[in-house]
Design a protein around this ligand. Structure first.
Ligand SMILES: NC(=O)c1ccc[n+]([C@@H]2O[C@H](COP(=O)([O-])OP(=O)(O)OC[C@H]3O[C@@H](n4cnc5c(N)ncnc54)[C@H](OP(=O)(O)O)[C@@H]3O)[C@@H](O)[C@H]2O)c1
Length: 284
């Protein structure tokens, strides 16, 4: 696939799991890139690129990072995008590739708190005149399974809500490949289509794939909704915990699809969960 250089690109959140792949892919194509994190530390980034401290929640911190950039990859961040939009305009940025969520275009996710937060951010960016904004919309990230790393390490048991709910988790490298297409190709509407992994599989089968990749014998137990709510609420605000439960209820009702958007955008199949598990075996 041929690529053209659409100008210098800032990758914000360049240490994030998707952002890391975006940065590396742009560098591998020999394109002009710059990286940012809220608190970059020495040794975190390649030495041959510029690195900036930049926080989407602090528009004043964006000016240096945005200066002379034509494009910015950034994560949908809870808070007002207006300062970000103003900083992008002031710097002459042409395009923002916005790491958003497929739930925004997935009908049965409407009303969910996490969905509506992403929708509000997308809408604010979409209303910004003079900027091309391209949302990237994965529905379920395979990296959610990293939440099971601690119980697997601790005792080879995972307690799941709706263990037989089917989803098609997407590898972070595939999300990044679509974001890179949005940054380097003449964009088709497909880059903002619903992004998923290649096939649906249950949470139980995801655990089995992790067991196969790690050689561990992992047991699954089932949580009631009440138990799962209590467990999730230890790690996130109550409304987000409820939103995660709603995503799982929706998946359990058969509503979480597999799409071929990754193939349409990249020309190759999406990566299977077995490969994801092998890539992350050391995390478990
Ligand atoms: N979980 C799912 O199934 C799912 C589904 C659909 C969409 N999503 C979206 O995907 C995202 C997760 O992507 P990921 O796995 O790549 O996340 P990740 O590894 O947690 O990385 C998130 C990145 O966001 C950056 N960030 C956070 N707050 C910021 C701020 N105020 N200013 C600038 N940068 C900031 C962080 O940069 P620093 O280095 O500065 O910390 C970090 O690099 C979710 O937040 C959600 O929006 C998730």
């Amino acid at each position: 696939m041929s690529h053209f250089d659409s100008g210098p690109t800032l990758v914000m959140g360049a240490r994030g799991s998707i952002g890391t792949f975006v940065l590396n892919a742009l560098r591998e194509q020999g394109l002009s890139v710059r990286a940012s994190a809220r608190k970059p530390q020495p040794g975190q980034f390649p030495t041959d690129i510029e690195v900036f401290a930049a926080d989407l929640g602090d528009p004043a911190s964006l000016h240096s990072a945005f200066a002379s950039m034509r494009q910015v990859f950034l994560y949908a961040h809870h808070g007002s995008p207006h300062g970000v939009i103003a900083a992008a305009r002031a710097a002459g940025v042409d395009k923002i590739v916005l790491m958003s969520s497929g739930s925004v275009i997935h009908p049965t996710s409407a009303g969910n708190t996490i969905t509506e937060e992403h929708r509000a951010i997308e809408n604010a960016f979409a209303a910004a005149s003079g900027l091309t904004v391209v949302p990237v919309r994965p529905l379920v990230l395979a990296t959610n399974a990293l939440n099971w790393a601690w119980p697997i390490k601790a005792g080879n048991t995972v307690a799941l809500y709706k263990p037989d709910a089917l989803t098609a988790p997407i590898h972070e490298s595939d999300v990044a490949a679509v974001a890179v297409a949005a940054l380097t190709e003449n964009t088709s509407p497909q880059v903002s289509g619903l992004l998923t992994g290649p096939v649906r599989l249950s949470q139980r089968d995801q655990v089995a794939a992790i067991a196969a990749a790690t050689g561990k014998d992992i047991t699954v137990t089932e949580l009631s909704r009440h138990e799962a709510s209590a467990q999730f609420s230890r790690f996130m605000p109550a409304d987000e915990a409820e939103a995660v439960l709603q995503f799982l209820d929706d998946a359990d009702a058969g509503n979480s699809p597999a799409t071929d958007t990754v193939t349409q955008v990249t020309g190759r199949p999406a990566t299977g969960f077995d490969i994801w598990a092998a890539d992350h075996a050391a995390d478990f």
